[in-house]
Ligand binder design. Structure first.
Ligand code: GFB
Length: 320
């Protein structure tokens, strides 16, 4: 697809959440678009309405990528339900409403594949939203992200705002959170395999049964898909952004162990939850527009491990 419906050249483009893994990848990707990239400093707490409105009134972005969110892995989602629900509801409500009030023409909201029912038919199509009960470990986050999709749809219907939503599968890559208490599985396994190798441990500890299936997309591919959608897509439906294949957590652990050079066994910890059994997304809507991912899993894991070794590991604590 060549003709863009929205050209970013020369536009003032705000990336909300530019310090996070996804936001920082979007900033890197936007450097090729010839736009002016805007970010807000920490003083603008996106959970507070007044500073968000003041920032939009002063900066008036043409386009917004809403990548700011309270995020974390299965354990953090379960442990901090109030932060995952309240912070995400406030961030998205404040940013979406301010964008509508201060003349933003295009906004892309980022959700998550956990918006879908726990037992959704696989691969999961966009229309599976709100057709069944959610996975209990992350229903707080999922409810907030569903509200974000609905805000974009409601502002489109009532105020004619061209706001869209993208639903990424599980993401990984540079800028990930390596705090073992709050991280997702990929950075956790990279760090644990590395530390097990250095300590000469007999086994790599892996949460749960190892049987759940997950689909992983490199964050640079996600950022590319976000820019693609901003340029080419307008519509009420959210759009799935996946890699197209999934892998069991046990096989992921073996792949990470190999990339890191850890030769020991894998020890499954049954006291930790498995979460959703499978959440492979159907990304044919996006594929039909002409977008494809470019980073395969082994290359992506090697890059993520190299980044970890270079000291690029961020840690995000959620304790109150
Ligand atoms: O990545 P993860 O935390 O999130 O866990 P979800 C994926 C799977 O990996 C689960 C297992 O079955 C975990 O039990 N796992 C194995 C581990 N070892 C580890 C480990 O050391 N750390 C972690 N974190 N997991 C999240 C949602 O679900 O996915 C969020 O909670 C969000 O809301 C995110 O949607 C993308 O894939 O289960």
């Amino acid at each position: 697809m060549t003709d863009a419906l929205y050209d970013l050249t020369g536009k003032r483009v705000y990336v909300a959440g530019h310090r996070g893994m996804v936001g920082s990848a979007i900033v890197r990707r936007l450097q090729r678009e010839g736009c002016e990239i805007l970010t807000a400093d920490r003083a603008v707490d996106l959970r507070e309405q007044a500073p968000v409105r003041d920032w939009f009134a002063a900066n008036r972005p043409d386009a917004v990528f809403l990548a700011a969110a309270r995020v974390g892995g299965i354990d953090a989602n379960d442990r901090y339900p109030a932060q995952f629900l309240y912070d995400n509801l406030m961030i998205e409500a404040n940013v979406i409403d301010a964008a509508a009030q201060f003349g933003t023409s295009r906004l892309l909201f980022l959700g998550s594949s956990c918006i879908y029912p726990r037992m959704a038919p696989q691969p999961i199509v966009e229309d599976a939203l709100l057709t069944g009960p959610l996975e209990p470990t992350n229903e707080w986050y999922a409810i907030a992200k569903i509200a974000g999709i609905k805000l974009c749809q409601a502002y489109r219907r009532e105020y004619d705002c061209d706001f869209i939503s993208a639903m990424p599968t599980n993401l990984y890559g540079p800028g990930d959170n390596f705090d073992l208490a709050t991280s997702h599985v990929m950075p956790a396994l990279i760090r644990k395999a590395h530390e097990a190798k250095l300590a000469g441990d007999a086994a790599l500890p892996v949460w749960g049964s190892g049987k759940p299936l997950r689909e992983f997309l490199h964050v640079d591919d996600m950022a590319d898909a976000c820019v693609f959608l901003m340029r080419h897509y307008s519509g009420e439906s959210h759009v799935n952004v996946g890699y197209g294949e999934d892998i069991s957590i046990a096989d992921l652990a073996r792949t990470v162990a190999k990339a890191v050079g850890f030769a020991g066994d894998i020890a499954f910890d049954a006291t930790k939850p498995d979460g959703t059994p499978r959440k492979l997304m159907d990304s044919s809507l996006l594929r039909g527009m002409g977008w494809r991912p470019s980073v395969d899993l082994e290359t992506g894991i090697a890059g993520a491990y190299a980044h970890f070794l270079e000291g690029g590991a961020r840690t995000v604590s959620l304790s109150q």
